[in-house]
Design a protein around this ligand. Structure first.
Ligand SMILES: [Zn+2]
Length: 398
C-alpha cells in the first residue's frame, strides 16, 4: 500500500463494496486524497494507515453516493393535505429556498449525494446548486433543471414557463440553457386516476418537441421530458429526448426505440404508489384504487422489460410530490425496482452509476484515480437491504 503524506487524506476499510456496477466481496482498504481515490487495496491496512496519521473509517460496506434523478427540492413531500400543499407554493421566495435547503440536507443524510432537480418556477434549484458547490455546504450536488417549458394554460405551472410557438421555444430554451444543466419539457399532462389513463392531448407535437430537443442540443444541453401516456411517449422517443420522466403507460415497442436511440427512463413509482397505499389522503374510490394498482403493475412489468432490453434506467422518486419525502423516498423506489424483479445490483446501478454516466460526469464508478463520492454502511445491503437506511457516513462530491 503506497503511503500518502497529506493532511487532506483519509482511509476507509470495509468488508465489501459496490463500485456502481459490480459487487466486490473482499475486505478492502481505500485511501482518499483531496477527494480522489488514491488507492484501493485488498485486505485491511487500517493499522498501517493510522500509523501514517490518516483517519480510518471502518464499516461493513461502501457504495457510490445514491442519486435521486428526479426530485423537486422546493416542494415538501411530507404534508399530504392539499390545502397545506397549495399554501406552501404561495410562500415567499426565501421561505421556499429554506425549504429546498432542508430537502437537500435531508436527502444527503439518507445517502443521496446527487439530486437532479426536475424543475421549479423560481429557479431555486439553480441557487441551491451554487450553494452546494461551496466547501462543506452540507448539501448534495444539485443538477438543476431550472425552469422547464410548457404550453400556456396546461399542466406544469409550478415548474415551467410558457412557450407559445416556435419562436417562443427557440427564445426560451436558448435563454434557459444559459443557467439550466438540462432542459425540462412538460410534454404531457398528468394521469387522470379516476379514468385510469392520460386523457388530454400532448402539449407538444413531434415538430415542436424536436425543436425543443434540437435547440437545447445546439446550446450543448440535454433534455428530459415529463411524459406519460402512449401518445406523448411516441413523440418523446421520436424527438430523441435525453430521458423520459415518469413514462406511465409504457409499451414494448417504445422501449425498443428507447434502447436503440439511447433514451433513458426515470420511472418514478413513488407518487403513484403513495396514493395507492394511502387512498384516504386524496379520497380515492375503490375503483380508482384498482386503477392505481393496475397502473403500478404495468409500470413494474415494463421496468423489468426495460432492464432486459437494455434501456438506461435512472432511479428517481419525484420527491416533493404528495407523500414522497426527500431522501427516504429513494429507499421506497429501490423497493419498487426489487418488487418488479430487478436484482439489487441492477437496482443500485440505476441508483448510482447510470445517472452519473447519463449526466456526463467524469467518474461514474468508484475506482482508483476517480472521485470519491460514497456512502459507508454497517452491513452489506446484499445481506441486509435495510442497512442503506442507516448510513454511517456520507461523502458528497468535494
Ligand atoms: Zn416531477
Amino acid at each position: 500500500m503506497k503511503s500518502v503524506n497529506t493532511s487532506n487524506a483519509f482511509a476507509c476499510v470495509v468488508d465489501g463494496w459496490f463500485d456502481g456496477a459490480v459487487q466486490h466481496r473482499q475486505r478492502s482498504s481505500f485511501v482518499v486524497d483531496r477527494g480522489r481515490i488514491a488507492d484501493i487495496s485488498p485486505g485491511d491496512h487500517g493499522a498501517d494507515l493510522e500509523r501514517q496519521g490518516l483517519t480510518v473509517y471502518r464499516g461493513g460496506f461502501l457504495l457510490p453516493g445514491l442519486v435521486d434523478a428526479h426530485a423537486h427540492l422546493f416542494l415538501n413531500g411530507k404534508p399530504t393535505d392539499s390545502k397545506l400543499r397549495s399554501e406552501h407554493l404561495k410562500l415567499p421566495l426565501e421561505a421556499l429556498t429554506a425549504a429546498a435547503r432542508a430537502s437537500a440536507r435531508q436527502a444527503l443524510a439518507c445517502g443521496v449525494s446527487i439530486v437532479r432537480d426536475a424543475g421549479d418556477r423560481h429557479g431555486i434549484n439553480n441557487r441551491l446548486r451554487e450553494e452546494a458547490r461551496k466547501q462543506d455546504s452540507g448539501l448534495p450536488q444539485v443538477r438543476s433543471g431550472g425552469l422547464g417549458v410548457k404550453r400556456p394554460k396546461r399542466y406544469g405551472a409550478f415548474m415551467a414557463r410558457d412557450v407559445e410557438d416556435a419562436e417562443g421555444i427557440r427564445a426560451s430554451v436558448s435563454e434557459l440553457a444559459k443557467t439550466n444543466d438540462e432542459i425540462k419539457v412538460i410534454l404531457t399532462g398528468i394521469i387522470d386516476f379516476d379514468a385510469g389513463a392520460v386523457t388530454d392531448e400532448p402539449q407538444f407535437d413531434l415538430e415542436s418537441a424536436k425543436l425543443v430537443v434540437d435547440t437545447a442540443r445546439a446550446c450543448g444541453k440535454n433534455t428530459f421530458a415529463h411524459c406519460s401516456g402512449i401518445k406523448g411517449l411516441v413523440i418523446a422517443t421520436q424527438a430523441g429526448v435525453g430521458s423520459i420522466e415518469h413514462g406511465f403507460f409504457m409499451d414494448r415497442e417504445t422501449l425498443g426505440i428507447m434502447a436503440d436511440k439511447g433514451v433513458a427512463w426515470t420511472p418514478t413509482f413513488c407518487p403513484v404508489h403513495f396514493q395507492w397505499a394511502h387512498p384516504e389522503a386524496v379520497g380515492w374510490s375503490p375503483q380508482t384504487v384498482g386503477n392505481l394498482r393496475r397502473i403500478l403493475d404495468s409500470h413494474a412489468e415494463h421496468l423489468a422489460l426495460a432492464q432486459k432490453m437494455g434501456v438506461t434506467l435512472l432511479l428517481g422518486t419525484d420527491a416533493g410530490s404528495m407523500g414522497v419525502e426527500h431522501g427516504y423516498a429513494v429507499f421506497d423506489e429501490i423497493d419498487r425496482y426489487l418488487e418488479a424483479g430487478l436484482s439489487l445490483s441492477e437496482t443500485l446501478t440505476a441508483a448510482t452509476a447510470n445517472a452519473r454516466r447519463h449526466f456526463g460526469m467524469a467518474d461514474s464508478l468508484l475506482a482508483k484515480g476517480g472521485g470519491f463520492d460514497a456512502v459507508l454502511t454497517d452491513h452489506s445491503p446484499f445481506d441486509d437491504i435495510s442497512t442503506l437506511k442507516r448510513p454511517v457516513k456520507v461523502w458528497p462530491t468535494s
